[in-house]
Design a protein around this ligand. Structure first.
Ligand SMILES: [Fe+2]
Ligand SMILES: [Fe+2]
Length: 274
């Protein structure tokens, strides 16, 4: 297998036709049989892979190169998710334009070639797959939310997440209602994920202002959660499922696919067993 095929399988799982801006092949390679995959995989893991005889390293989070410099382009996926949920397109676009510009400037400050340069020196095939696997995770969690339905409580939803996904049961973090409370009715729900990163306060507020009762994020900054609690917490609920567990839910179907293809895959760096 080659690096392009490794990327292609993920695109296929997510139903995407193009490599999104936050995913990239840093060092191409072929004849790949043994793969090291991590939520984060950088220079240390590249060196480890070389020492232990792996043929390729796959990271989930963007590492550098175009995946860092073009990361902001995938934030536009929030606009699709928001308009589908009933947020006016003009409002969604204006919120995301600001969020994306901040990310663009922030990430342009980074040393985008540090880890890719190590992969080149080691001649270690190296890629990261971010949005495709988060999209897989989003769909899986959204399917559970659909099944639970609007009349259930947020507590029922959280219980269904634990029942369905061993990753949540294996996690050292817990699923929590950071805004609102678990005894509320779920009502209209959106799982907001698979769009680069969470949209923070402004995206959540727009959902709440336009009829969404329960919003699911995989993580949320405390300042954003506190502000949402003050402004919307009396009626709305934000469920945070946990970063590493939720990333694992998107990554594990991909690991299973690679194994089906005959590859020897070692997960590390946070990937929880399914
Ligand atoms: Fe992720
Ligand atoms: Fe992540």
């Amino acid at each position: 297998m080659n690096t392009e095929q490794l990327m292609g399988i993920a695109l296929d799982l997510a139903g995407l036709r193009e490599v999104p801006g936050d995913s990239a092949i840093y060092q191409e390679g072929n004849g790949i049989r043994r793969v090291l995959i991590g939520i984060d995989a950088r220079s240390a893991e590249l060196t480890l892979a070389k020492m232990l005889g792996y043929d390729a390293v796959i990271a989930h989070h963007p590492i550098g190169g175009s995946a860092t410099l073009n990361f902001h382009t995938v934030l536009g996926r929030h606009v699709d998710q928001m308009t589908t949920a009933g947020v006016p397109e003009e409002l969604a676009r204006s919120i995301l334009a600001e969020v994306a510009e901040s990310r663009r400037v922030l990430y342009s400050m980074s040393n985008y070639d540090h880890d890719p340069s190590v992969a080149r020196l080691l001649k270690m095939p190296y890629l990261n797959i971010h949005t495709p696997l988060d999209e897989v995770g989003r769909r899986r969690m959204a399917a559970v939310a659909d099944e639970v339905g609007a009349e259930a409580t947020v507590g029922d939803l959280i219980a269904a997440f634990y029942d369905t996904f061993a990753e949540f049961r294996h996690a050292a973090t817990r699923i929590e209602a950071l805004v609102g409370a678990a005894d509320r009715r779920v009502g209209r729900i959106v799982v907001s994920h698979g769009a680069g990163t969470n949209g923070g306060y402004p995206v959540a507020k727009a959902y709440f202002d336009h009829g969404v009762d329960t919003l699911v994020y995989i993580h949320c900054r405390p300042d954003d959660a506190r502000r949402l609690e003050r402004e919307a917490g009396a009626a709305k609920t934000l469920v945070v499922t946990g970063h590493i567990a939720s990333d694992s839910i998107g990554i594990n179907p991909y690991v299973a696919r690679l194994r089906d293809e005959g590859l020897d895959v070692t997960p590390l760096s946070g990937i929880l067993s399914p």
